[in-house]
Write a protein that binds this ligand. Sequence first.
Ligand SMILES: O=c1[nH]c(=O)c2nc[nH]c2[nH]1
Length: 463
Amino acid sequence: MASVLSLKKTIYLGPFVHSQSLAELEICTQGAIGVDEKGTIAFVERDVTEAIAVAKHEGWESAELVRVQDNGFFFPGFIDTHIHASQYPNTGIFGKSTLLDWLNTYTFPLESSLHALSRARQVYSRVVSRTLSHGTTTAAYYATVHVASTNLLADICLAKGQRAFVGRVCMNTLSPDYYRDASVEDAVRDSRASIDYIRKIDPGAELVAPIITPRFAPSCTAECLSALGELHRETGVHCQTHISENKPEIALVKELFPERKSYADVYDAAGLLTPKMILAHAVHLTGDEVELIKERGAKISHCPASNTALTSGCARVRELIESGIAVGLGTDVSGGFSPSVLEMARQAIWVSRFVAMNDGDQAKLSTEEVLYLATRGGAKVVGLENKIGGFEVGMDWDAQMIGLGAVSESGEAASESEDPVDVWGWESWDDRVAKWVYNGDDRSTVAVWVKGRLVHQTSRYQR
Ligand SMILES: O=c1[nH]c(=O)c2nc[nH]c2[nH]1
């Protein structure tokens, strides 16, 4: 990793957009954000000229200046709260399967092939580069059961400069012979080995941290879940798993854990339902489970593309948010068909509209709300809400420069660069942002920074 201390003081000039609350998006059309040598935001100025912004801050006279290009704006980096790095080659491949047959047909064979480090290097290098190019500055990754390739994913995140939680997957039952933990002891020993390694390569968890990853209740015995709960208590490391994604899965959990009141109770009994747990999906939770998750302070990753692709169901996100649970967005590659959190924001809007068709208009999520889930909401889910997700003094500069295409008077694109969004010049700023949310893609992401370090740029980016 390039040392963050080698950064230069930089002032980012031009419009910026970020969430102030679930429903409120601040759009500052003439901003100046100063970022120090450690990649931390030192000041945020609104409605200032370039000259005044520089003059106002002693010691910033020779700071580097980065100006917004192409009708664009700075936006906080996206936070993908649930992504299987190991499944990236299968993105878009799911046929007509549903969860349990999808796992056996598509997922386990691919994941098991990543025991080969050469394959793991190829897949993990690509997924980290690809997600960075879509503006994902933080990702909560599932790797595989293999310690060496899981550790390699952490190395790659660190080298490419992506903030990440990296989890070695645990699965000691109902899993194929060729891809499983042989025993509870193995699951714990190998999880611990990966935790120790990741803590060694990034001791202060500046960028990369381990995350304990029981795959889901059907693939872990009660003994295994409890042992991982104990490891969680002992190490203080975050946890991630799946919950209540599809109905046959929920029926299976009932059959496997008859002594437990609910799916959520299975995790609670194991000591895993804590404020550091990220639960993916949560499509079919009962009222009692929502209550329990809220009481325990566990968080939820909403994965709309996956839930539609695998016909799992439509999560009732408004109810989850209103119950007080922190919710973020997850691509869930490769149950989800896209590595883009911007696409998830769109998909979350669509899913909420399908819920609204049954439950009423209050279920609909707005553009502002899904952008909150993609940034500040995600930051809460991974426990970094004081560090990332918005532009505040003291937070890290995890950001993306968004560019939008301009239309010339002749009706042609004003610049040579391919841009999926046409801006005519008469739109309000709210409308520009909406056009990006509905039509933008990685071509709109001109440059990306994590902790002040430039980690991705397109050919459009000029310094
Ligand atoms: O969407 C999902 N992807 C997975 O890999 C998985 N494993 C258990 N449950 C799962 N759900």
